[in-house]
Design a protein. Structure first.
Length: 336
């Protein structure tokens, strides 16, 4: 069965950027690719690449698992699991480091950005992180990897590593293709529309978190930075703030730019923002309700156990076969 793989780090607060760029897209793709199996996971090993409190991490893992499900994922073609519960991820990450060059890792813009924010104690895992991510994907022979725009470079590296190994050892891995949504792949900060909305931004006004209260959601949109013109028109170059709000709206409602522009031909930003507040609230409140029901339910643990079981089996087989191909360990005796 063809597979689709993706993950999210359990760090910071899950915001509508991550939601529209990934989870909402997963939900849509589950319908489009109903004959594929989805391996979606909580990338907790990735969270170890920067300092994080152990108690906080454990809490975030559970919350993210509940949020994934609360956003409406179908269970039929899904394995939802926690990355660290499957040892093959760490093993694969190491093996792929052996096929990744320093120069390639040095070019990763996310590494450069994150390293720049820390003055000392930059973990070597932050540097080798793309090899771990490549492992997450190649373990399951993913056909597609749905991600936001900021993960494109990591995906390209994953493809290069897979092709490099295939060239040397034969067809070991499926070379995965990224699936980047047309709208919502890069939701920008509400306070600085030239920067990506980020869960680690110190300014809480820069984002809407999935669990924000209704009045906060409306407030954040109302105070989102736009320009001084009042014409509701999509123009990324000259109206980046307003265009970002368009993207948020379109990713939720699937309207066209023209439909929205026509609807606001005689109105200004105030109306547009108020309506967007309503749209986002209507999208997030049902998710919040399901989230609260799921968080402490036995159902969540059961889903994570089932996901683990299936993913563990596939991943262990892949590692076994890779070890053999690479000549690691001892030659197995023929059975019988
Ligand atoms: P992470 O946790 O930073 O983000 C999770 C997903 O959300 C997308 N995203 C956004 N999309 C649109 N606008 C934004 N402002 C925005 N912010 C985040 C990201 O592109 C991503 O798809 N390394 C990954 C997690 C990971 C992974 C993997 C993903 C680990 N292994 C294997 C795919 C396959 C990360 O840190 O994503």
């Amino acid at each position: 069965m063809k597979t689709i793989v993706s993950g999210i780090q359990p760090t910071g607060s899950l915001n509508i950027g991550t939601y529209l760029g990934s989870i909402k897209n997963f939900v849509k793709l589950q319908q489009k690719y109903s004959d594929h199996h989805f391996y979606l996971f909580i990338a907790d090993l990735h969270a170890m690449t920067t300092p994080i409190d152990a108690k906080k991490l454990r809490k975030k893992i559970k919350e993210l698992a509940a949020l994934y499900l609360a956003c409406g994922l179908e269970r039929d073609n899904l394995s939802l699991f926690i990355q660290s519960e499957i040892p093959a991820h760490s093993q694969m990450g190491y093996l792929l480091q052996c096929f990744t060059y320093m120069g390639e890792l040095e070019r990763m813009t996310q590494y450069k950005d994150k390293a720049q924010k820390q003055s000392e104690g930059i973990r070597s895992s932050l540097f080798t992180y793309p090899a771990l991510m490549a492992g997450d994907i190649l373990l399951y022979d993913a056909e597609y990897v749905p991600v936001g725009d900021d993960q494109k470079q990591h995906l390209e590296l994953t493809r290069n590593i897979a092709e490099r190994i295939n060239q040397r050892y034969g067809e070991v891995f499926k070379v995965p293709k990224p699936l980047i949504p047309k709208i919502g792949a890069r939701i920008m900060s509400l306070t600085d529309p030239m920067r990506k909305m980020s869960k680690s931004d110190e300014n809480v006004k820069s984002r809407i978190n999935l669990l924000d209260e209704e009045n906060i959601i409306r407030k954040r949109i109302k105070s989102a930075v736009t320009d001084s013109d009042q014409t509701v028109r999509y123009d990324k170059q000259n109206k980046p703030g307003l265009s970002n709000l368009f993207d948020i709206r379109i990713a939720i409602t699937d309207e066209s730019v023209k439909e929205i522009e026509d609807a606001y031909a005689d109105k200004g930003y105030k109306d547009f923002k108020e309506d967007l507040g309503e749209i986002v609230v209507n999208e997030l409140l049902p998710i919040q309700k399901r989230y609260r029901e799921l968080l402490d339910s036995g159902e969540l643990d059961q889903i994570l156990d089932e996901g683990k079981q299936r993913a563990e089996k596939i991943a262990a087989e892949k590692i076994d076969s890779l070890n053999r191909i690479l000549g690691l360990g001892r030659k197995r005796k023929q059975k019988g």
